[in-house]
Design a protein around this ligand. Sequence first.
Ligand SMILES: Cc1ncc(COP(=O)(O)O)c(C=O)c1O
Length: 393
Amino acid sequence: MSGVLGGARGGSANPLRQLTIGQLRQRTSLKWREYPDDVLPLWVAEMDVPLAEPVARAITDAVARGDTGYTAGTAYPQALAEFAHRRWGWDGLAVERTTLVPDVMHGVVEALRLLTDVGDAVVVNCPVYPPFYDFVTHAGRRIVEAPLGDDLRIDLGALEDAFQRARAVGRPAAYLLCNPHNPTGVLHTAAELAAVAGLADQHGVRVVADEIHAPVVIGGAQFTPYLSVPGAENGLSLMSASKGWNLAGLRGGMLIAGPAAAGDLARVPFEASVSTSHLGVIAHTAAFRDGGEWLDAVLTGLDDNRRLLAALLAEHLPVVRYQPGQATYLAWLDCRALGLGDDPASVFLDRGRVALNPGTAFGTGGGGHVRLNLATAPELITEAVRRMAAAVA
Ligand SMILES: Cc1ncc(COP(=O)(O)O)c(C=O)c1O
């Protein structure tokens, strides 16, 4: 069956090298459909991989059974709790303090609704994943930006300043933490997260951690779940197999409460927790339960790709600055020295026929940057950098 679906057998073959560009161009999802065929798309966070065999098997078995009704049970949080134990040595994910959410961003909105009211502030570390702005404002909350430092890490001074501004009128406020951080790929340390928790507590700000990229940690680095650090007991976290196993089309997410946030979680409305796709839950459960070997093969491929990108940039675009992250499959490129203004992505697209995410969408500090998606074949990364260099030659 894995042959039919193109699933990876075992964990050794690099899933990022298994599809031809012809096969990828047959895909109907956003990454491969937004631009014409002469554009090489290294933008939205989809991976150019076949589906992991355990996931493919789980959903094809469900389809064969006609098992496409409403979702039930606790298999997903159980699989996630066991994954958290195996991968991160974390035993704090209590199944009874979880609730299914339709996907991570809808889970973020539900979490923010538990902690804040319309008009209240939500702090984010810009530059950051653009839908943080869209979903937060659509939910009627207002964004307060706490810019990352020049080293791309959380700047505690800027965060404290933002917390003060967020709380200035005495209203509740939340902090939407991105752990690991999209677009920089920065993996926050346990010490940084503990400092964040302390600061949030001091200012009466509640923390919602978007940890969707947590499985995608590269080169032996260690992910720290926000809820595992001292002081984070009243935090909320969102997790999902969506990024690690490329399951955005099989939506699903998990809202997880720290021990002191169990009462908040109990207020999640019925309608928010019953809208998760059953096939999504089946896929995510299989990924966390049986997809570790496949994930490891992807992570090895991503480690090679980030090294390849650094070498290619050094050779062909040496003024572009790239600090390889320890997490996510995203590369944040500082192109300001190219002198292309705020939106170098439009130049790379128009003249180079390569699609990257424009940095301006990521909020303050994103101008002059682009985000490149490393979850593809090394040959396509090589071709993308060749096109980028040609565009500015
Ligand atoms: C930080 C972050 N949060 C959320 C999402 C989207 O998650 P979902 O599709 O489950 O809403 C992404 C997708 O790339 C992301 O990078």
